[in-house]
Design a protein around this ligand. Structure first.
Ligand code: NAD
Ligand code: ZN
Length: 367
């Protein structure tokens, strides 16, 4: 089944196409976006080895030549040095504003490519072909691009929207199982933010999504993209509701930070535990029923994600280290930080001034 989601923004709108085997039609989809006989493609070595050949075939069938560059897999690619290399490559190839630059890869390639596209001649046409579940449901939608600095992750970037997103769900077959589950955590997040019907759907079909049954998978990706598009179109530059997308991320980032952002704890794994903490803390404040928090926990656990704080990979974590990390992250004034909490499943809201001392006591009890 093919799905199409329209992202409506003030400046311009674009389509996200979702379904298996989309890569075979990529040439036809890209041809109308350029007057040039070539397409620039940035990927990482792993994804390029698996899929650059298929993409080239499809481009060449549409009369387009592929100009490919592969960076090394891993977060190291989101750096000044690699961004410079990519820009040098595009300039030396004579790329112009009316050329298309495609990101073929996960969120790392997507973030790097998007920033490069925004900078080239003040903006060349950018297309996302996300190849991880996380990239298909999250990073390829919404226009955030970035590289990292020594001072922190994603500190240098731009809001730059793609002209098109092609999410071929068939490409996820080769994704390592842990990466797949990490992406699934972000899918569950959309249900928990504002879509209780999607939560019920996931209770029935979540395992089909994780098992990559194509119909359920494409449906879940489409619902997730629609949810993110809806939130982003209300608040493109994150001055309000876009913060809801951070459900589970304040606790999650704290776990990642304490773990030193090592690969022993993937972002989505941290978010799964973080969302559980956010819901359990909501229950502690009397905002939601603890059995509903338990339903969310069970949904994540059933898929294979860890939700209990003392079992989170990369641990042990202490309450004081986590609270210190939250303080650093949010620059909270006078012992308060903003936190995304919930008044029930699918009823997330922003609490602007959660009490850190109380959060510390709560975390103590969770360990
Ligand atoms: P990633 O890009 O590193 O991909 C994960 C790993 O899977 C890599 O080793 C990659 O080579 C491999 N891989 C990718 N696709 C594959 C496939 N189809 N088959 C086999 N292997 C494949 O990681 P990610 O989780 O996709 O992205 C993480 C990045 O996304 C972080 O840098 C994060 O900051 C960023 N991010 C950005 C946004 C945003 O809004 N821009 C949102 C969330 C995350
Ligand atoms: Zn996330």
């Amino acid at each position: 089944a093919l799905h199409s989601v329209r992202v409506e923004l003030d400046a311009r709108s674009y389509d996200i196409r979702i379904g298996a085997s989309l890569i075979q039609g990529a040439g036809t989809a890209l041809a109308p976006l350029t007057s040039q006989p070539r397409v620039f493609v940035l990927t990482d070595g792993t994804v390029g080895g698996l899929y650059a050949g298929d993409l080239e075939k499809s481009l060449s069938a549409a009369g387009l030549e592929m100009r490919l560059k592969a960076v090394s897999p891993g977060e190291g690619a989101k750096s000044w040095a690699i961004l410079g290399e990519v820009l040098d490559w595009l300039l030396s190839e004579g790329a112009g504003r009316d050329d298309v630059l495609v990101a073929l890869g996960g969120g790392i390639v997507g973030d790097l490519t998007g920033l490069a596209a925004s900078l080239m001649k003040r903006g060349m046409t950018f297309v996302q072909m996300p190849t991880t579940l996380l990239a298909q449901v999250d990073s390829s939608v919404g226009g955030k691009t970035a590289v990292n600095a020594t001072q922190g992750k994603n500190l240098v970037g731009a809001f730059y929207q793609p002209a098109l997103v092609l999410a071929d769900t068939g490409l996820l077959a080769t994704l390592p199982a842990r990466e797949r589950l990490a992406g699934y955590a972000e899918i569950v997040k959309y249900a928990l933010i504002d879509d209780p019907a999607f939560f019920d759907w996931l209770e029935k079909h979540g395992l089909d999504v994780v098992a990559l049954k194509q119909d359920a998978l494409a449906e879940a990706v489409a619902i997730s993209c629609r949810a993110k598009a809806r939130i982003v179109s209300q608040d493109e530059r994150e001055s309000g509701v876009r913060a809801l997308l951070n459900l589970g991320h304040t606790f999650g980032h704290a776990l990642e930070a304490v773990n030193g952002f090592q690969s022993s704890l993937l972002h989505g794994e941290a978010v799964a535990a973080g969302m559980t903490l956010a819901l359990r803390y909501s229950a502690r404040l009397g905002l939601m029923d603890i059995t509903d928090a338990g339903r969310a926990e069970a949904l994540l656990e059933k898929a294979g994600l860890v939700t209990q704080l003392n079992r989170v990979p990369g641990g042990p974590y202490t309450s004081s280290a986590l609270v210190e990390a939250m303080k650093q992250d949010k620059k909270g004034r006078a012992g308060k930080i903003p936190l995304i909490l919930a008044r029930g499943l699918g009823k997330a809201f922003i609490l602007p001034d959660a009490d850190l001392a109380d959060v510390a006591e709560f975390l103590e009890g969770e360990l």
